[in-house]
Design a protein around this ligand. Sequence first.
Ligand code: B1N
Length: 795
Amino acid sequence: MFSSKEEFKKTFTDRIESKGTEKSLELAHEILWEMTNDWIQESWKRTNQLYEENHEKQLYYISIEFLIGRVLGQNLINLNFYNLVKEGLDELGIELSEIEELEIEPGLGNGGLGRLAACFMDSLASLELPGHGYGLRYRGGLFTQHFVNGNQTEQPTNWIKDKNNVDTRREDLAVDIPYYGEVQLVMGLDGMRTKIENPEWVKAVPYDIPIVGANGGTVNTLRLWQAEVSNRSSSVGKEYAVYERETAHITDRLYPDDSLETGKILRLKQQYLLCSASLQNIISNHKSSLEKLPESIAIQINDTHPALAVPELMRILIDDFSWDWERAWDVTTRTISYTNHTILEEAMEKWDSHLIQSLLPRIFLIIEEIDRRFKESLQNQGKDDETLRKLSIIEDGVIKMAVLAVVGSYRVNGVAKLHTEILKKREMKELNEQFPNKFHNKTNGITHRRWLIKANQELSGLVTEAIGSQWMKEPERLSELHYFSQNQSFLQNFQEIKSLKKEQLIHHLQRDQNIIVDPSSIFDIHIKRFHGYKRQLMNILHIQMLYDRIKRDSTYRPYPRTFFFGGKAAPSYHFAKQVIKMINTVATKVNNDPLARQHLHIVFVENYNVTQAEYLIPAADVSEQISTASKEASGTGNMKFMMNGALTIGTFDGANVEIFEQVGQENAFVFGMRAEQVMDYEKNHSYNPKEIIESDVEIEKLMEELVKGDWTEGKANADFIVGQLLHEGDPYFVLKDLQSYAKAHEKILDAYENPIKWAEMGVENIAASGIFSSDRTIQQYSDDVWHLTKVPSIY
Ligand code: B1N
């Protein structure tokens, strides 16, 4: 690699010259991209060779989403080349950040679940563990969001370019996937075998993305499948043009639903393509020692979206390798493990039996047989009908994917302590009793290499100045910062960096959206997917309350705050879209009011994505983590903010609970109902929002204004929001928590009056954030579930 800046500059300029085309930023981007990839290719080859020679256990992480974000800058960081390249380019009059801006991020995920998968890939490679990803290569990632009249509009995004893509096509590894057809029993040499007659074949072609670990030594593989026509399908039962179109459709786009289920056949096609292609690929590399599969590989399924991996592995072992059921079941259930990411009813995957039976007839038979045998064993244990019903995989013509995933795997985990407890004690109580040692917790994490080292190089530099650079390898050493929370010059530097990150965000927003923001205001940031339970509605109602107070009370003149919102709504999620519309309407009113605007400013960042998050999070003073307790399985944005020294205003939900435990409640703003309370209200149907309205004049007045249409444009929007809060019974307890939320905000204002104290609290947050590095999470998965061995890179 490059030993000096001069060497880099020379190679870079030589390559530019050799292109013989006009110099431009695009050309600089192309050259830097190629150079970086040349470096990576070598490590990638070496890593693969090591894995082949050492025969170490391999992990395969199967996920329907991988939200990797921009790649170039992160790879340069992990290769330890970022600064050298930046300085070299500087001297050539080129801004590295401008080159980075040319990259379109692949939006192959919706939110937390997809981003988690990406953080895990980074940590696996950085810990020198042999772990790879399998996903889908959607031609269109998540839609681009624009606002028209305050409403969300969705445009398709195209991240794939003509050349210099992040991924490499591996035609040689393509496999065929059968859909439809009829299951036939045929006589083979070794007895009866099952065969699918006349299926519709689809070719799955993999595209590989290198995952560069810290220091560039280990480079693992993220393999994404693309659906194409197969030449085995010469006689499909439909017109060829129709077959062609339907096939291309399969990986045409990511489903834009986060924590919502669609139940559509196309989604099922995607899921099976992912599982079948990945398993065929895995098995082809391990066929010589299939008996030892559980010792030589581990398969982790990211939520139930890849749960068809269970019957698919059974199918391969039974149909392709002639194993008997018991042997196949033993190996399958010692190879696969499952992570649950939600308890929301609307996100639980339940497939109509007929849909699976017609699209995947062989898989359906296997699921039926798994269910039959499982029920039989339960009956033998004398289980009552109610337990039997809850534990059945197929019930009333629907296949419950979560039950299939639990039964078919050797370990099942939730993603934060509270979430795992709720799974064990409530949501999956019967399953937990049936399999007492299967359930365990693995609290999520985030990679500090993207969310601190890359997104906040200035803060990262300051931390290193204070405690040395070892924290980058061992992020829990961030705790050493604790001793600097009383160091005045450190605190001052921290404040200056916060201001700088605010300026950088302002500059970015000005260029992107022509928004002007006051850098001296408190940056209060609420960024995540729009969902009822995430309560963006509570945030905006609180801002309306503040507006009313300013108007009503001439002595109430609070310190200026900018409330940032960012996030997309699933196109079919009416509630979420109505809230977006309302926020934009309130923003127009508040931002244009000569008095209110001196104290309140609302900014809705369009098209929130990973790149925007990298600008927003380092600039935050306040992190909004205000979900209805029990609903947010973990959250990971909460950890990113903390690591950048923002203070959390949050409920006792998901990983917030552990954040408060680490940093101490005195360094956060905790409010609202507890999970137990929420779940009891839900169970007894005993919450009545009208009681809140009647007993609280401020909320009553706010509701009156809403009814009158003071805060919404058009009656429909007002009717809908009021309908949710009043007639639909306020399902996310927005009104119930509103005043305690408002009080927590008052505490924020009080605390902000003492800037040094505020900075001290911020530093305590950074110091306590190390445990939320995904390096810790991955190490725990490896110790408790996967049992991987480090394969040190020899470089
Ligand atoms: O997974 C994240 C958690 O931090 C979040 O709390 C959780 O909400 C999120 C269906 C999902 N759960 N379920 C989904 C995504 C897409 C989809 O089509 C469900 N996402 C989560 C990481 O653990």
